[in-house]
Design a binder for this molecule. Structure first.
Ligand code: CO
Length: 171
């Protein structure tokens, strides 16, 4: 099923997602649909709430050195918890729910994550670089946060002003 990606400022993006309790075919279908929606839009990550499902699940697929997103590099992360975070890194972030806008955001340089897969099995993973950035960005979505919330005040004001202007121009 084709899923629509919800766009800012849709209020659903502000919902706090709930823990996944059932690892069933509904979850399988959701994750499969999310992967299609993400790849169609050349995204690196997508959270369930971005397709309107307020559950604590997201997917990440960081491109390899040739820029390809290989199916075997797809990670499905359910009920994640960051257990360790270190360092700081600046990265030019974007979001499929905020098209055509990117800005530098500071994040932890590396994170250690505990999570479940689509079958409910428990895993741990250490991430750094873009992988760590993507995880932190998607974790924010689970709590109703967007990367623009992390902008310094002046940049945030500029973003809102430009967005209002663009909305007026587009009617
Ligand atoms: Co996003």
């Amino acid at each position: 099923m084709a899923r629509t990606v919800i766009l800012y400022p849709d209020r659903r993006l502000r919902q706090v997602s709930v823990k996944v309790e059932k690892f069933d075919s509904w979850l399988d279908t959701l994750l499969d649909d999310m992967n299609i929606a993400m790849l169609e839009r050349n995204g690196v990550g997508l959270a369930a709430i971005q397709v309107g499902e307020p559950v604590r699940a997201f997917i990440v697929n960081t491109p390899n050195e040739e820029g390809a997103q290989l199916p075997e590099n797809l990670l499905e992360i359910i009920n994640p918890k960051i257990v360790k975070s270190e360092g700081a890194i600046l990265w030019n972030e974007g979001c499929l729910s905020i098209p055509e806008y990117t800005e530098e955001i500071e994040r932890f340089a590396s994170v250690t994550l505990e999570y479940q897969d689509r079958k409910g099995e428990y895993f741990g993973i250490e991430a750094e670089g873009l992988f760590a950035i993507a995880i932190q960005h998607e974790m924010d979505h689970l709590d109703g946060k967007l990367f623009i919330d992390r902008l310094p005040l002046l940049k945030r004001k500029k973003f809102e002003k430009e967005r209002r202007k663009a909305m007026k121009e587009n009617g």
